[in-house]
Design a protein around this ligand. Structure first.
Ligand SMILES: Cc1cc2nc3c(=O)[nH]c(=O)nc-3n(C[C@H](O)[C@H](O)[C@H](O)COP(=O)(O)O)c2cc1C
Length: 223
């Protein structure tokens, strides 16, 4: 089973990256072959709006898009991790989806008022795991990005399950992977009234996210 993970954060060793590594540890332990792509390492030009891809599925911009599309087609499970910027995806991640959607999907709007997307990729069941990481301590901060990603990748799942993980209250780089000493240093810089209690909550939350990511990695591999 082949798992492809797309990390939409420009921060290597950031929270998305750390959680994706944990997912992939779970998948690897369950026997999957895994590949992680940091979107920031790809050369993807912004869409020019020519609309050629809509009827043809082809884009003649020469960059890494085709390579990524082949990897997505080949994958049995997709892990997509988004940091929340401005309550949505970072602009550089959105650039990829503007380019990807027409080459990955064929849209049918022949029935007035009804628009349906079909995958152009090999029809196979793909598990989908969506991860959203927000600095704010509110799950709602993740909703717009998750709803967008669900809509983008639904046609590729072909009945495969969709899993989601919302990791909130994580601002500092790699915070989700910090140990007690590192978190103590972080808390010392914050003005919180009960630092010990706050630290305890942060540690418990990190464990919950990291364990959850590992479990989800196993789950998407089993199915
Ligand atoms: C430009 C920018 C905008 C952000 N906007 C939001 C936001 O609207 N809501 C939120 O909860 N966090 C926001 N954040 C915080 C990030 O979601 C948070 O730092 C997250 O941990 C980043 O994930 P990463 O470590 O994988 O890069 C923003 C961060 C940046 C750099």
């Amino acid at each position: 089973m082949d798992i492809l993970a797309l990390v939409g954060s420009p921060r290597e060793a950031g929270n998305c990256d750390t959680l994706v590594n944990r997912v992939l540890e779970g998948s690897g332990a369950a026997g999957a072959s895994i590949e992680k792509v940091m979107i920031a390492d790809l050369n993807i030009y912004p869409c020019r709006g020519c609309m050629e891809c809509r009827p043809t599925g082809k884009c003649d911009l020469e960059d890494d898009l085709k390579l990524l599309l082949d990897k997505i087609e080949h994958a049995d499970a997709l892990v997509v991790a988004a940091p929340i910027y401005g309550n949505h995806l970072p602009g550089q991640f959105k650039v990829l989806f503007d380019r990807l959607v027409g080459v990955m999907h064929r849209t049918d709007n022949s029935v007035p008022g009804k628009l349906t997307s079909y995958s152009r990729l090999q029809k196979k069941s793909r598990q989908l795991l969506l991860l959203a990481v927000a600095g704010a301590p509110r799950e709602e901060s993740c909703e717009q990005a998750l709803s967008f990603l669900r809509r983008v990748f639904l046609p590729e799942t072909n009945g495969g399950e969709i899993h989601e993980l919302r990791a909130i209250g994580l601002s500092a780089k790699g915070q989700v992977g910090m140990n007690k000493e590192e978190l103590t240093e972080l808390v010392a810089k914050l003005t919180v009234s009960e630092p010990e209690e706050y630290l305890g909550r942060m540690l418990a939350r990190n464990k919950c996210y990291l364990d959850g990511a590992y479990q989800l990695g196993r789950e998407i591999t089993r199915q």
